[in-house]
Design a protein around this ligand. Structure first.
Ligand SMILES: NC(=O)C1=CN([C@@H]2O[C@H](COP(=O)(O)OP(=O)(O)OC[C@H]3O[C@@H](n4cnc5c(N)ncnc54)[C@H](O)[C@@H]3O)[C@@H](O)[C@H]2O)C=CC1
Ligand SMILES: O=C(O)CCC(=O)C(=O)O
Length: 425
């Protein structure tokens, strides 16, 4: 019997939750007897909405909406980042948490999926105000997070400092230092070497493997990157180090191009100093919409959801799309790219490097024994390559896209755990 749709969200075909539901529907034929559990994936286990009141620096009081959604906990504690953005909604956080469930299973980490967010533009607030927002949010979601329950991490507009405040607030509330409650922390507070660049590194590793299988040489390959934050900048740096030419970069301040290849190290320093790519000396400015027409071999969307629309999918010149962002491609665009022979390495495997090194951080925190950066990068590389290999074989076997294949591998693991744990009578 088909189940009623959730009453508290109203997804459209291209909205984040609508996109996710369509991805789940596409995997159903490949799940065999486990398909009877599929409804589990279509509703979050738990969604918490919190009010975050803080005193602003000018003495007035402001309220912010905060969310923490635990989509699925069948394979272990919840895991997933916290986003600070003015457009955050419950529906978006639900989708992001669901993609975490699929992602952690795709790389076989012992986690479920969760995500959090606060509806705030952090650029409008002082450091002290952001600290107050973070501490109040952490206290409010403290009833459902914990090293064995749900472990937040950085996402858009959050970073190691915010994780340090979250760790400190949670620790104060439980009465003892609990480093394992969040990952992506500063190194001297139990953070892991390699975590900051791990998501971008994972994007590069899956890109390198996909390019090899496509017979594409990275040396001289033209790369366009949307989003030059944690994920986009680290991926761009590794492509540049491999001899690729990063010809275009877009962020919230504008779009820049250089036919000869941008100096990625200099651009990174510029963005750190100036807050965005606009005005970078070694480049020309381009109209934002033209980014999607840039002649390139590899396209890396590494900003926000829903940017690869059906219309843009017709124009993209790349042969390989590496989804650094979560949910950048809407389902209709996915179909167009597949028909045009453009290979998409989907978010749920492509950007899994971050959560993989978060897992390493969590393990290191529990054992209080820390690994070298080389050990971390070698282990990360192996996990990503092995996972992609299994997904590729599944795609070949069923003649399906890498996205549906990733869902097939992951959902089999999630629903097997669901079945083995059973239902409480
Ligand atoms: N940080 C992490 O470890 C992980 C992040 N992701 C995903 O990667 C994506 C980027 O995350 P981060 O790099 O961490 O965030 P970030 O906050 O470090 O950077 C975000 C980037 O997106 C750009 N951006 C924002 N709005 C834009 C717009 N309208 N047009 C073009 N660019 C825009 C910003 O200027 C910035 O360069 C998100 O989808 C996130 O969920 C996925 C896995 C892990
Ligand atoms: O590092 C983590 O735990 C989660 C990172 C994240 O939010 C993501 O992969 O989208």
């Amino acid at each position: 019997m088909s189940q009623a749709a959730l009453s508290y969200v109203h997804p459209t075909p291209d909205s984040p939750w609508g996109t996710y539901l369509s991805q789940v529907d596409r995997v159903a034929p490949y799940l065999g007897h486990l398909a009877r559990w599929i409804e589990t994936l279509k509703r979050p286990k738990r969604a918490l909405i919190v009010d975050i009141p803080i005193e602003l620096d000018n003495g007035s009081v402001a309220h912010f909406e905060g969310f923490r959604v635990q989509h699925n906990l069948s394979r272990g504690p919840g895991k997933g980042g916290v986003r600070y953005h003015p457009d955050v909604t419950l529906e978006e956080v639900m989708a992001l948490s669901a993609w975490m469930t699929v992602k952690t299973a795709a790389v076989n980490l012992p986690y479920g999926g969760a995500k959090g967010g606060i509806r705030i533009d952090p650029k409008q607030y002082s450091r002290k105000e952001i600290e107050r927002v973070t501490r109040r949010y952490t206290s409010e979601i403290g009833i459902i997070i914990g090293p064995q329950q749900d472990i937040p991490a950085p996402d858009v507009n959050t970073n190691g400092q915010i994780m340090a405040w979250m760790m400190d607030t949670y620790s104060m509330n439980v009465g003892g230092t609990a480093t394992g409650v969040v990952t992506g922390k500063p190194i001297h507070l139990g953070g892991s070497l390699g975590r900051v660049k791990s998501t971008g590194r994972g994007v590069f590793v899956t890109g390198r493997e996909a390019a090899r299988r496509l017979g594409m040489n990275l040396e001289g390959a033209r790369v366009a990157v949307q989003g030059f934050g944690n994920v986009g900048s680290a991926a761009a740096e590794l492509f540049a180090q491999s001899g690729s030419k990063v010809v275009a970069v877009q962020d919230h301040t504008g779009t820049i191009v250089n036919e000869q290849g941008l100096d990625v190290a200099a651009l990174t320093a510029w963005v750190k100093e100036n807050g965005g790519v606009a005005g970078f000396a070694g480049s020309e400015r381009m109209a934002d919409e033209e980014f999607w027409d840039v002649r390139c071999d590899i396209l890396v969307p590494a900003a926000l959801e829903g940017v690869v629309t059906a219309e843009r999918a017709q124009r993209i010149t790349a042969k390989l799309v590496l989804e650094g962002a979560n949910g950048p491609t809407v389902p209709s665009a996915d179909d167009i790219l597949a028909d045009r022979g453009v290979l998409v390495v989907p978010d749920v495997i492509c950007n899994a490097g971050g959560v993989t090194v978060s897992y390493f951080e969590w393990v290191q925190d529990f054992s209080s024994f820390f690994w070298t950066e080389e050990e971390i990068n070698v282990r990360l590389d192996k996990i990503m390559v092995d996972a992609l290999c299994k997904i590729w074989d599944t795609a070949d076997k069923h003649k399906i896209t890498l996205r549906t294949a990733t869902f097939a591998v992951a959902c089999e693991r999630i629903l097997t755990a669901r079945e083995e744990r059973g239902l409480y009578p």
